[in-house]
Design a binder for this molecule. Structure first.
Ligand code: DC
Length: 216
């Protein structure tokens, strides 16, 4: 069974998808981490993010997601892909058609024959259009920026709220206006606005939808 959880950044997808997968014993697959890992490689190797350069880079790049961790060319990069610079580069790289095709293929393979909760932007629309359950989680831009800011603070990453807010706005624009698989709810997705909800409550709501009212 596939459960798709899509939505913009900062809406609470990761927290909810992690909590849910743990409670129901499903595998958790963070598809954003795959785009981030690619962006990280381009960033550290000073590779310009355009179709030609990235097509070349992909030929010698190996992305795997295993045991809740993301591996880039065999190395666990989980701890180096969450910085603002990588967030921006990931948004840019994820707009490339060649990147999307490759990542979608990897995502389908990773979830093959599994019970999995996949978190991303296009799971319900493109990666698994036949997913048994689709959720689109959102929240106001202000609230999402605030959450992201708090998260960065916890991780000891120093940054101004105004910068986080503006970056998030820019990423929203990139992700929803790109030509290939833009961020948008699938027609049959259940929409949940988390602006005023705590994420445990959101997870419980989702668990109820999938018939596990006694799950949490
Ligand atoms: O969820 P995240 O912030 O870790 O995602 C990083 C970037 O990757 C984000 O700008 C959108 C992109 N992304 C995507 O295009 N499709 C996905 N399925 C997941 C993420």
């Amino acid at each position: 069974m596939i459960i798709a959880i899509d939505g913009p950044s900062g809406a609470g997808k990761s927290t909810v998808a992690r909590l849910l997968s743990k409670e129901i014993g499903f595998e958790y697959i963070d598809t954003g981490a795959m785009y981030r890992a690619l962006a990280y490689k381009a960033y550290i190797q000073n590779i310009d993010i355009n179709e030609v350069e990235i097509t070349e880079m992909l030929k010698t790049t190996n992305i795997t997601y295993y045991d809740n961790k993301i591996f880039l060319d065999g190395e666990n990069v989980e701890n180096v892909i969450r910085e603002e610079a990588i967030s921006i580069a990931a948004s840019k790289i994820s707009a490339l058609k060649v990147v999307r095709e490759k990542m979608v293929e990897i995502q389908r393979k990773t979830a093959e024959n599994k019970n999995a909760v996949l978190e991303g932007r296009d799971i319900g629309t493109t990666v698994f259009p036949d997913a048994e359950y689709k959720f689109f989680i959102t929240a106001s831009l202000e609230e999402r920026a605030r959450r992201r800011y708090e998260q960065l603070k916890i991780n000891n990453i120093k940054v101004d709220y105004a910068i986080v807010f503006n970056d998030m706005k820019k990423r929203d624009e990139n992700d929803s206006t790109r030509r290939f698989s833009p961020l948008k709810p699938a027609e049959d997705a259940i929409l949940i606005d988390t602006t005023k909800m705590d994420l445990i409550k959101v997870t419980k709501t989702i668990a109820q939808y999938i018939g596990g009212s006694n799950v949490l």
